[in-house]
Design a binder for this molecule. Sequence first.
Ligand SMILES: Nc1nc2c(ncn2[C@@H]2O[C@H](COP(=O)(O)OP(=O)(O)OP(=O)(O)O)[C@@H](O)[C@H]2O)c(=O)[nH]1
Ligand SMILES: [Mg+2]
Ligand SMILES: [Zn+2]
Length: 362
Amino acid sequence: MSYATPSTTSTTALSGYGWTPELEELFAPLAEAGLTPARIARVDRGQCDVVLADPGTGELRTVRTDTRPVGDPDPINCPCTGDWAAVDLAAAPMPTVSALLPRGTAIIRKGAGARSDGQVLAANIDTVLIAVSLAAEPDLGRIERFLALAWESGAEPLVVLTKADLVDDADFVRSDVEEIAPGVTVLVVSAETGEGVDVLRACAPGSTALIGQSGAGKSTLTNALAGTDVMTVQQTRAADEKGRHTTTTRELIPLPGGGVVIDTPGLRGVGLYGGEGLAHAFSDIEELAENCRFHDCGHRSEPGCAVGAALADGTLPLRRMDSYLKLQRENEWIASRSDARLAAERLKKWKTIVKSAGKVRP
Ligand SMILES: Nc1nc2c(ncn2[C@@H]2O[C@H](COP(=O)(O)OP(=O)(O)OP(=O)(O)O)[C@@H](O)[C@H]2O)c(=O)[nH]1
Ligand SMILES: [Mg+2]
Ligand SMILES: [Zn+2]
């Protein structure tokens, strides 16, 4: 297959950032309209840094752009780190982001405060790395919540237990976490000693995003993966002091062997934003429920309830069931804004953009 657009040769430089022939094809009408594909590396009130292959030299460069043309009242539709953008380099006084490509995946949490707006933490990632510090007692409920959020993104979750150098019982914790993370790889790493970093690199190629509590070691791990100190880390801080929030913006960092990692600020709490992620995160309970006598079993002392039986014989811990029910209640009221609907909206918008780009073609 050939992609006979003006940018074909230059955009291959972007492949280390995750640019694919499929994206190239999707972008073709906009390339013909004179726009340049770029990946958003950092967003900053009305402007963002994007990485693109210079149409002239083919070399990668970072360009500051104005994002006002793609502003949207719904924060979910606004540009986010990891988004693919169509950039008008000729715009004056500065280059602009003229359109955003439809997202393949997106980590969306419920916005802070009473508003039910969603907030996008990272877009177009292949793997969500959930960083959990081994230096503190692991909060299984919190990990379950992160897992539901990660599954919901459409990307693959992976739990990274950090700071292994500070503890002796990492493998105990690992097996505890594996039990609450069906189908998910759990790795033990230390950025300090380098333990597990190569395995992590091999397990998560392509685009990854690091999420987790403040102080979990996300930026330190980003630096270890990047092989250089790109992100600021406060070396002197006590192991798991809360509320420091060293990282304040979501930043996309290229990795030496190809691929990128998006480092994100620590999350105090994560509200789920609806969808099927919860069913993935609790697939063990969902599987049990398939064996309940009644299709619509509420798992509250109905006869023939397989979930109740598993609770009774201890194979399903009560803590996990409570966690599931709690997250389910929280998820329900927002479920109407399903991911599928959002994706459909985005695709519709994209088609309109492509259509109007076609009209301006010479
Ligand atoms: N001993 C040890 N300390 C670590 C390790 N990784 C991180 N730390 C320390 O933990 C503290 C927090 O690390 P950060 O990387 O800033 O944590 P973060 O998750 O990016 O935090 P926020 O940016 O606030 O969300 C720093 O003092 C690090 O030096 C590790 O593998 N071993
Ligand atoms: Mg950080
Ligand atoms: Zn049941």
